[in-house]
Write a protein that binds this ligand. Structure first.
Ligand SMILES: [Fe+2]
Length: 171
């Protein structure tokens, strides 16, 4: 009974971790698509904004590959089906949120403010993922290390978007 309850708690933690990795992955994919879509609508080309956001988009692509690589590497311990399912669901939700937020006729300020929300969501999810990864012990430090390096970059993404949102509003 006791061992059973320890085992089910461990599985529960592992499943939460998988779910959260999937959510982070989905947010990274959605973030790249958001920059793509908003820039194709001409909403991100004020005052050198686009090159900074294209760089952010590239970094989101790197985060996506880093997460995918680590999931591959830990495929003995992590269930990739759970992760992929969470990623797809999150990507879909993020896209729906963007459409709802922007409405029919968005301007540049609304576009960049949506990116603030998206980056804020990423920071939150990686903070939680970092906390979960500490609770599930793996033999390698690679997962927590990868998460904390991505988290630092996400904090910079959020700062950048806030700065650009202020500039767009004051322009
Ligand atoms: Fe980001």
């Amino acid at each position: 009974m006791y061992i059973h309850s320890i085992m089910s708690k461990l599985n529960d933690k592992k499943e939460k971790l998988e779910q959260k990795i999937g959510e982070c992955l989905g947010l990274e994919i959605a973030a790249q698509k958001a920059v793509q879509e908003l820039s194709s609508k001409g909403l991100l080309d004020k005052r050198g904004m686009l090159s900074k956001l294209k760089n952010m988009q590239k970094e989101a692509g790197n985060h996506q590959s880093k997460l995918e690589q680590i999931v591959q590497k830990l495929s003995g311990s992590l269930d990739s089906a759970t992760i992929n399912e969470a990623a797809q669901e999150t990507e879909l939700k993020a896209t729906e949120m963007m459409n709802t937020y922007l409405g029919d006729d968005p301007d540049s300020s609304e576009a960049i403010e949506f990116l603030c929300l998206a980056e804020g969501g990423e920071v939150t999810h990686y903070e939680v993922l970092a906390a979960l990864a500490k609770k599930v012990k793996f033999n390698s430090k690679q997962l927590p290390n990868t998460i904390s390096s991505i988290l630092k970059q996400e904090q910079r993404h959020l700062k950048l978007c806030i700065k650009l949102a202020k500039e767009a509003a004051a322009y």
